[in-house]
Write a protein that binds this ligand. Structure first.
Ligand SMILES: NC(=O)c1ccc[n+]([C@@H]2O[C@H](COP(=O)([O-])OP(=O)(O)OC[C@H]3O[C@@H](n4cnc5c(N)ncnc54)[C@H](O)[C@@H]3O)[C@@H](O)[C@H]2O)c1
Ligand SMILES: O[C@H]1[C@H](O)[C@@H](O)[C@H](O)[C@@H](O)[C@H]1O
Length: 337
């Protein structure tokens, strides 16, 4: 594929708009050819500064357009499955925002459809793998320089949740990132999930128990915990501390610049994921484009999407029971080895 990628972005909401601007302004080798949203006004607003792009309301119409040769899916997670299958039929590179799908059964169907196609076409939007500090911690773990990794502590805090953010979405939409991070760091599958509910913040909307404490273990016995706290008010913070045999590594905690003025010292907390992970999204999308132009796909795969969906399913079950729930996975198809 020598020409630019001509991308249809499906979903012009918070994340879709961010990716549209990213592709238009910062990514090399790709252009936004179409924006699809059921809300045509949103789609039109999204292409206002992109000459030549078209606004549509139907994803299939974009996929049927021979001028489109790649698709970025940024609709809510429960809508991904249908678009993924339609895009696999077109046999074009796909960047699907996380989650691949919200449950293991539908994610497995996507894996099977890709396996039937016979080659990888899907990259899942687990952008943390492209964050510089995440990549560095991954390298430290793999190098063995601090001995064996023993425990991972995660904090995942959002300032507030959008309307309709259910109790299950704390797992399916938020902790799904830590499921991927733990698998990425350890190179192992997660074998069990437990969720504990403690004291609830008065800032949580009705029906949502916030914060929650999620406990995981991996095949070799690495333990991980996640504080998921999505109405934390003060800002957006995602951090990890890793304990090894010979040391401890922290990433994502406070970084400069530290300012001293008017009798106070301090810095700022990022307000949202766009600021905290802006650079990682750029690297993620550029990597997808670079691979797609060589007719390849890299990064987190549909298998990673399926395995994390299975963790989510166990997590949602664990929310109800409070007990430890085993993660059950189908055998990994050779395509993903
Ligand atoms: N990687 C990350 O850090 C990150 C951050 C935020 C969101 N996300 C993911 O991105 C996706 C979108 O999230 P968001 O926060 O932008 O949601 P959003 O609700 O802000 O936007 C979704 C958009 O999809 C549109 N839409 C709904 N149904 C549609 C359909 N059938 N066809 C076309 N468009 C349709 C809506 O009108 C809306 O504009 C989700 O999967 C979410 O989990 C990922
Ligand atoms: O969809 C968003 C997004 O994935 C963010 O990265 C995460 O921090 C939020 O918790 C989630 O709701």
């Amino acid at each position: 594929m020598s020409q630019n990628l001509r991308v249809a972005v499906i979903g012009a909401g918070r994340m879709g708009i961010d990716h549209i601007q990213r592709i238009h302004r910062r990514i090399h080798g790709a252009e936004v050819a179409a924006v699809v949203d059921i809300d045509l006004d949103r789609a039109n607003a999204a292409i206002a500064d992109i000459p030549g792009a078209v606004a549509l309301t139907d994803a299939q119409a974009a996929l049927d357009n021979p001028d489109i040769n790649a698709v970025l899916i940024a609709t809510p997670g429960f809508l991904h499955e249908e678009i993924l299958h339609a895009a696999l039929v077109k046999d074009i590179p796909i960047l699907c925002e996380k989650p691949l799908t919200p449950d293991a059964e539908s994610a497995w169907k996507v894996v099977q459809a890709e396996e039937k196609l016979g080659r990888k076409r899907i990259q899942v939007g687990f952008m943390r793998r492209y964050d510089a500090e995440y990549a560095q911690l991954g390298n430290i773990i793999r190098s063995g320089e601090l001995g064996e990794l023993l425990v991972l502590h995660h904090q995942h805090r959002n300032p507030a949740t959008p309307p309709g953010f259910t109790n299950e979405m704390l797992i399916n939409d938020s902790v799904v990132h830590e499921f991927d991070a733990v698998r990425f760091f350890t190179g192992e599958e997660i074998t069990s999930v437990q969720v504990r509910m403690g004291k609830r913040t008065r800032n949580a909307p009705e029906g949502q128990h916030d914060p929650q404490h999620v406990l995981l273990e991996t095949e070799s016995g690495v333990l991980a915990d996640v504080e998921i706290y999505v109405n934390a008010q003060y800002g957006y913070e995602v951090a990890t501390q890793a304990s090894f045999e010979e040391g401890v590594v922290s990433i994502g905690s406070d970084s400069g610049p530290y300012v001293r003025t008017q009798g106070r010292w301090g810095g700022t907390v990022t307000p949202g994921f766009e600021e905290r992970f802006g650079a990682a999204y750029d690297v993620e999308i550029q990597a997808w484009v670079d691979a797609a132009l060589k007719d390849e796909i890299g990064g987190p795969s549909a298998w990673d999407g399926y395995a994390t969906a299975a963790c989510c399913e166990a997590g949602v079950e664990a929310q109800k029971t409070g007990g430890k729930v085993t993660v059950a996975l189908n055998p990994k198809p050779a395509l993903y080895n």
